[in-house]
Design a protein around this ligand. Sequence first.
Ligand code: MSP
Length: 633
Amino acid sequence: MEEKKTYYVTTPIYYPSDNFHVGHCYTTVIADALARYKKLQGYDVFFLTGSDEHGQKIEDRAKKKGVSPKEFIDPIIDNAKDLWQALDIEYDRFIRTTDEDHVKTVQKVFQKLYDQGDIYKGAYEGWYCTPCESFWTESQLIDGKCPDCGREVKLTKEDAYFFRLSKYQKQLEEYLASHRDLMQPESRYNEMVNNFLKPGLKDLCVSRSSVKWGIPVTFDESQTVYVWIDALTNYISALGYLSEDDSLFRKYWPADLHLVGKEIFRFHTIIWPIMLMALGLPLPKKVYGHGWLTMGGGKISKSKGNYKDPRVFIKDYGVDTIRYFLLSEVPFGSDGNFSELLMIERRNSDLCNVLGNLVNRTISMTNKYFGGSVRRNEKPTELDEEVIALLNGMNEDVSKRMDDLNAPAALKAIFARLERLNKYIDETAPWILAKSEETKPRLNDVLYTILEGVRMCAIQLEAFIPATTKRILDQLGVESGGFDQLSFGLSADFEVTDKPQILFARIDEAELKARLEAEETPKIEHLPNISFDDFSKTEMMVGEILECRKHPKADKLLISQIDFGGEVRQIVSGIAQFYKPEELKGRKVVAVLNLEPRKIRGEESMGMLLCAEDKEGRIEVLQSELPAGSKIR
Ligand code: MSP
């Protein structure tokens, strides 16, 4: 028997995050669609994704929660897997860098590189923040201080191991020049060569003694493997490289495609190939650096608050609305903008108006005119032939675009067919053909042509929107059968469901816009109402600050002598962070006078200054232009 061709595709392994946003889903959804597409083409596919779990940050976050790093990570990984399931991601393995087999392979790789002299002992020098136990590079510092805690850092040296990237520089340059299709899109080739290779590669620090949460270096217990050797090795450890059973490795390596975001392209096209060269292994066939999904002009991120858990969208609109958006909207390789409204506009215009509408009309007409059964079109007209040719050419069109990893263009090629079928309905006007018995045979042929077209398009859509495809084929009463079934006329006849389902209900864009705007407007939490009588019990007055000094025992407090139109009172206020005493002298401020007097850190306070406080906690004293003694009411 002829062996199936293999296809090995990977996503990066993700840092454990509680806040996966739609940007994170981008790489994985595209990889999933490619993997499914290759499977439908008949390839034996292995699709790998996973998580990148070591390092200081994780250790710190776990410590804060009072649990071990592994205890801290486990629920996060369960949550990530739940998200991938909700998105219909069909991976073959989810590798965790804490998996025992991965740890062993990394240790063996490190040892091998050390034994052959490609890893050597040296000293790492960097800016060390003692309380954070972290090293920083000069460029990471903020005003020369620790970017995390803002404290002083010290230039410090520690023993560490280094990987001889420099030794392989020339070999890599030559390899890349003669394998120009390794880096995709092509434009990234020049960027890598000019910005990183030409200036010369420095050896890479690949271990740390200050980071405890990492894979131990077997021959030096004081060290753990640092970042990239651990992370990148996942692509081969997942297949059993250097383990007892390396059959998957022998079957699938080299990878056909590493799909990565542009910010980590460099590691995948310089460090990773050099590691593989040093290990004597073949290099991946392609590394594709995709752009970012942006929101309001910047990369989507939790810190900017511009993210929602993708499961909220899945719940509201179904999984394929988000899959379709990610696969169709962003020009592959460049950045693309995301907003809920844009996603819904795409859903309405393509999924609802073109695809959903076509399927719904077709099933309804088949039921209405033929009780759900239609026979093969034996006498195609010229018009039919034109549509049939277009449908028969679809597979080639789509596969060319998928070979270029261009999912948006592939989807366009499919939707061009769906649109043609909608137009065909208008041209053939089945409702007129249905009026006379004589034209009924033609009506049968027209409906068969549409049904067969819908079937072929659905099979083509399977890799992109698998759940919807299944719902379409179920309604048509046929099985997918993969790309072998893509020639027009393979269905003998159709027996469709008598209950057409709405695939994508229309979402009102104006309503959504209004809802989103309302969500963006901050909500104010009000106190319960009080009566006017209650309010008028408060005595408030304008007063002029005559003197102001710091509280002798409390950094945050100022003590003011304030004239309220003849009566001078002392008031203590917590505003020292925002005002110097001399700044306040002479200002006319507003105070409550009939609060119970009290001693604050030993100083009597006969009232309270009124202040405004903003969201960031900045405080400003309220002022008035009117003379001291004016009443507030
Ligand atoms: N752990 C490393 C990868 C190691 S691979 C050996 C890492 N992890 S990550 O969680 O930060 O990113 C994982 C993937 O998500 C990357 O490909 C990254 O580009 C992608 N994205 C994260 N935010 C994104 C957008 N807003 N848009 C598109 N992709 C983005 O890097």
